[in-house]
Design a protein around this ligand. Structure first.
Ligand SMILES: *Cc1c(COP(=O)(O)O)cnc(C)c1O
Length: 393
């Protein structure tokens, strides 16, 4: 954010974006109001026409939402940010703001499941088509470009195998052809990775995950230069998937502890990954912070640490993997991530359960694979929980 360029992330996380009212509240206020009043007809007219800045109606702007947007923009190093009702509506808004019928997207083949559905089943109906290519092979992205390609869409690290897409290289390929690059930065958050600094044009968030961090509310955001976010704002103000003031307030307070949480969760994940890798009942471990990760060197150039998501293969098949899950007393059996409470999921039967077994195998999602999103519990307690099931396999 222009006002705070010199401050470090932990300072921005608690200070950026705050606007105090006439009452001088120390903590950010929650403005639960759907509309705003004007002292005169003339001012109402100026506000409606956009001639004068200010709040009009909460589908357009709300001061609590604006505070969240400015704080997140500051953390991402973005000129601007537009908040949305969920991560999915952020993706929808970013695409519909910049693409039209006949346009084409090149996207990673290991995106969040609902994003694939959105591109294949909903955006396709508007005449926007998508080609999915290898997450890790820039040449495949280049080969998929058509004259009508307008957008590269990726998220890195991928879910659940934590494969890394090379943001700088993909941005170079895209910009040579005037193609925009959008990065879903949900897994790393700006604390570990700032895609705009590496050439991305737009950063997208599911604020539902680490930004809230405590599993309470849905939210999303699109960050980038004003000339691009302005179009997203125009889409939102008309189409309506705006972030609620209450959720914005929860997220604003969530951001204050983002750095502490993400760094602690990532450090715990690194410890857990190393422990799993040495475990006799465990096969491969997928974690970008381990030297055994095939893209360990690339990961080091774009993320500050490995992040809080670890995947690993229990030796055996589904039965052994489920045994580990079913013997957890502490880890929550749920596909959510980014929470202070650690979660465990068996991708082959949950998040990737609707894909054919052949396609799953081709994507590297084996029957023994488990994914853990590490929270804030003691690593020793998490290990004891996993050891109970692993010792039975
Ligand atoms: C959860 C998630 C989304 C969707 O976000 P919602 O807030 O659930 O709509 C998008 N991308 C990634 C990587 C996610 O994990």
């Amino acid at each position: 954010m222009a006002d705070f360029p010199e401050y470090r992330p932990e300072t921005l996380a608690v200070r950026a974006g705050q606007q105090r009212s006439q009452f001088g509240e120390h903590s950010e206020a929650l403005y639960l109001t759907s509309s705003f009043v004007f002292p005169s007809a003339a001012q109402a007219a100026r506000r409606f026409s956009g001639e004068e800045e200010g709040n009009v109606y909460a589908r357009f702007t709300n001061p609590t939402v604006t505070m969240f947007e400015e704080r997140l923009a500051a953390l991402e190093g973005a000129e601007d940010c537009v908040a949305t009702a969920s991560g999915m509506s952020a993706i929808m808004a970013a695409v519909l703001a910049h693409l039209k019928q006949g346009d084409h997207i090149v996207a990673s083949n290991s995106l969040f499941g609902a994003t694939v559905q959105l591109f294949n089943n909903i955006l396709s109906r508007t005449g926007i088509t998508t080609t999915f290519v290898s997450h890790t092979d820039p040449a495949a992205w280049e080969a998929a470009i058509r004259p009508e390609t307008k957008l590269f869409f990726l998220e890195t690290p991928s879910n659940p195998l934590t494969e890394i897409a090379d943001i700088r290289t993909l941005a170079g390929i895209a910009h040579a052809r005037n193609i925009l690059v959008a990065v879903d930065n949900c897994f790393c958050t700006p604390i570990l990775q700032r895609p705009l600094d590496m050439g991305a044009d737009l950063v997208i968030h599911s604020a539902t995950k680490f930004l809230d961090g405590q599993g309470r509310v849905l939210g999303g955001a699109v960050c980038g230069p004003k000339k691009l976010t302005e179009e997203v704002f125009k889409y939102l103000r008309t189409a309506g998937p705006t972030l609620s003031a209450f959720n914005a307030w929860v997220l604003l307070k969530g951001l204050e502890t983002l750095k502490l949480r993400v760094e602690a969760q990532s450090a715990k994940a690194a410890q857990l990954a190393a422990w799993l890798e040495a475990h006799p009942k465990v096969g491969r471990v997928f974690y970008p912070g381990l030297p055994s990760h095939p893209q360990y060197e690339l990961a080091k150039t774009q993320q500050k640490s490995g992040g809080a998501i670890v995947a690993f293969e229990v030796k055996g098949a589904r039965e052994q993997a489920w045994q580990v899950v079913d013997n957890c007393r502490l880890l929550s059996i749920t596909a959510n991530l980014g929470d202070t409470k650690t979660t465990i999921t068996h991708p082959a039967s949950t998040t990737h359960g609707r894909i054919s077994p052949e396609a799953r195998a081709a994507a590297g999602i084996s029957e023994g694979l488990l994914r853990i999103a590490v929270g804030l519990e003691a690593v020793e307690d998490l290990q004891a929980d996993l050891e109970r099931g692993l010792s039975l396999t």
